[in-house]
Design a protein around this ligand. Structure first.
Ligand code: ACO
Length: 402
């Protein structure tokens, strides 16, 4: 057999693929994606089926452990999460050090890293399977608490403790929105909408943040640190940050008189850095199946909640005009998952600057599953090569002679 690594080392050949557009970094049993046909499946189950019939925690279990849970497995999983929802009181000290307008993604990334200090045993790459499972439960349990506390801090409201009598999504909503002076009513329509959004975000194979989690974890850094890095990678406007950027873009189109044609033209101008946020995808080249589900949900949820959002109308007009425009057709640019998700987040009361951090809660099971698979497959440290294009060797010149 040919030893490719040896051959490369001897010949000096390196594969150069900027942005890894056509480079597979791993083999994986978790998520199947066909970008041409718009198919997304987790462990063999279609995203349409899961979004319609499953729950976020069940999908989390499926992604992480490979199978849908039995009743018993699921109750143990949920009980393990509930047991760990409370966070150390000293987390409040860390949180209080942030300016109140700190972006929640920066706060979340820092708080996720801080878990390495509260649970230093997570630094041991050879810890037992049970200890790894505890780390997984802690992450699923505590991240929503961190996210809701970053919101209450921002709003100048008291932090709410988790309520173990509630399921995962209602508990999160209560931690976010309950205030001591009022009885908090959980709206099943809102729970259902959020549940679906989280499922749609749960995993998406080797995207930027997931590859980051895998590569950080490949150095055997702690799972908490790997997840914190994933949060940072997700933050950018070309990745998860697009959901915030979409609403900001739609609002500025609205404020500018609602002329979508003007913005479609602007997005085509190569001298203008403006892009239609929420359009285009590295892998989907016909449609994003998540966007189809979300678009339908956005209509349903807004009407069930009795909300009329002029931004939804602008989004629909923009999509209609762009999809008929040769520039977008030729480049196969379609609305992605972020195009309509912000409209639903808005409708359920999530402020714009929290959209990306909501995406993080959704993507968390995928990051964990991918990290776990990478470790179980005993993958080597991720270490891409480069082609050096700098100066040839030259002699050092003393500073006074430069
Ligand atoms: N608006 C206008 N033109 C676009 C857009 C857009 N949203 N997206 C891509 N293009 C153009 C590019 O300018 C390029 O044109 P060219 O061939 O004339 O140079 C061509 O389409 C290909 O685009 P690339 O940037 O090379 O495609 P890539 O696969 O690297 O990027 C990405 C994909 C980052 C998603 C891109 O489409 C984009 O920036 N979209 C807007 C941001 C966004 O919505 N991100 C969320 C992605 S989904 C997610 O992460 C959950």
């Amino acid at each position: 057999a040919i030893d490719i690594s040896k051959l490369r080392a001897e010949s000096g050949l390196i594969t150069l693929d900027k942005g890894f557009k056509n480079t597979g970094s791993t083999t994986s049993d978790i998520t199947f994606l066909d970008g041409e046909k718009g198919i997304l499946k987790h462990r063999g189950y279609s995203i349409e089926d899961l979004a319609e019939n499953s729950s976020y925690l069940e999908v989390a279990y499926l992604l992480i452990y490979g199978e849908l849970p039995t009743q018993e497995e699921f109750s143990n999983f949920k009980a393990g999460i509930k047991e760990n929802q409370l966070v150390h009181e000293e987390i409040k000290t860390i949180l209080s050090g942030f300016p109140s307008k700190a972006h929640p993604m920066g706060v979340l990334s820092s708080l996720a890293t801080s878990l390495t200090a509260f649970y230093p045993e997570s630094l041991d790459p050879n810890r037992s399977k049970n200890k790894v499972n505890l780390t997984i439960l802690r992450l699923l349990a505590k991240i929503p608490t961190f996210v809701s506390w970053s919101y209450t801090k921002r709003m100048g409201l008291p932090h709410n403790y988790p309520d173990n009598s509630l399921d995962y999504v209602p508990n999160f909503l209560k931690m976010m929105f309950s205030v001591p002076t009022e009885q908090y009513e959980i709206d099943p329509v809102v729970v259902d909408a959020l549940q679906k959004l989280l499922i749609l975000h749960a995993d998406h194979e080797q995207n930027c943040s997931t590859s980051t989690v895998r590569i950080v974890g490949s150095s055997q850094a702690s799972l908490y640190a790997s997840i914190a890095s994933g949060v940072s990678a997700l933050w950018g406007p070309l990745h998860g940050g697009a959901n915030q950027a979409v609403i900001q873009m739609l609002e500025s189109i609205k404020a500018d008189g609602g002329d979508v044609n003007k913005y479609v033209q602007k997005a085509k101008d190569k001298d203008d850095p403006f892009r239609l946020m929420g359009f285009g995808h590295r892998v989907y080249k016909n449609f994003d199946p998540r966007a189809r589900i979300i678009k339908k949900n956005a209509d349903e949820i807004l009407s069930r909640l009795g909300i009329e959002d002029p931004v939804l109308e602008i989004a629909k007009k923009l999509e209609e005009v762009a999809l008929k425009d040769d520039y977008f057709v030729e480049r196969k640019l379609f609305p992605n998952v972020d195009f309509y998700s912000g409209i639903i987040f808005r409708a359920i009361g999530i402020p714009t600057e929290m959209f990306t951090v909501m995406f993080s809660i959704g993507r968390l099971p995928g990051w964990i599953a991918q990290w776990k698979e990478m470790r179980e497959h005993k993958e080597p440290i991720g270490r891409p090569r480069q082609i050096y294009t700098g100066n040839p060797e030259r002699p050092y010149i003393p500073i006074e002679e430069r």
